[in-house]
Design a protein around this ligand. Sequence first.
Ligand code: ADP
Ligand code: 5GP
Length: 189
Amino acid sequence: MSRLTSKLFVISGPSGAGKGTLVARVRAELPSLGLTVSATTRSPREGEVDGVNYYFLSKEEFERRVNAGEFVEWAHVHGNCYGTLVSEVRGKLDSGSSLILEIDVQGALQVKERFPDAVLIFIKPPSLAVLRERLVGRGTESPEMVELRLSNAESELALADRYDEVLVNDDLDQAVAELSRIIRSYERN
Ligand code: ADP
Ligand code: 5GP
């Protein structure tokens, strides 16, 4: 049997592209993949739990942690601050399991600077029209937030060529299979 290497995978893509859905499906197939919980200043959505979906922090607390050097990366995204805590990453990679960071494009490029071996995977929607349908269909955003997220999508899509892998999430089952294949192929190297 070939040896597997623990890797840091970074998943980005426009809001509504299907990152959360794909990551949940792939983790069900590859349960050893660890996931980090990010910190954010945005308010919890219905059903979201502090410490599970995100660490929900006030702006003041987020800023205090930035100044204390507690983040691997952080960024302003869609009007709020989001970041990956050092404490979430430390130890998990050494323990031998791979880790997935689901973060925005600015954060992904910061991670690549800090961890050049990180594998950056960009998730694209089939089209902007489908992206809109998915964002609206998810029913979690106000109409203003949908527009903000869609207008940010174009500048995010423009950075896809900075990623190691680009995957179009059209048919969900096919996209899950492709993402699993990509992850396994890097773990084998
Ligand atoms: P993101 O995490 O990128 O913001 P989500 O995973 O929340 O996106 O997906 C946005 C919406 O699109 C959700 O309602 C999800 O069920 C749906 N969705 C995700 N992937 C697909 C797909 N391949 N086909 C159809 N709907 C999808
Ligand atoms: P949402 O508000 O829909 O949960 O997330 C909005 C955006 O924030 C998504 O593009 C997501 O990838 C990004 N995001 C979530 N966590 C982090 C993080 O820790 N760092 C950065 N830079 N972006 C994040």
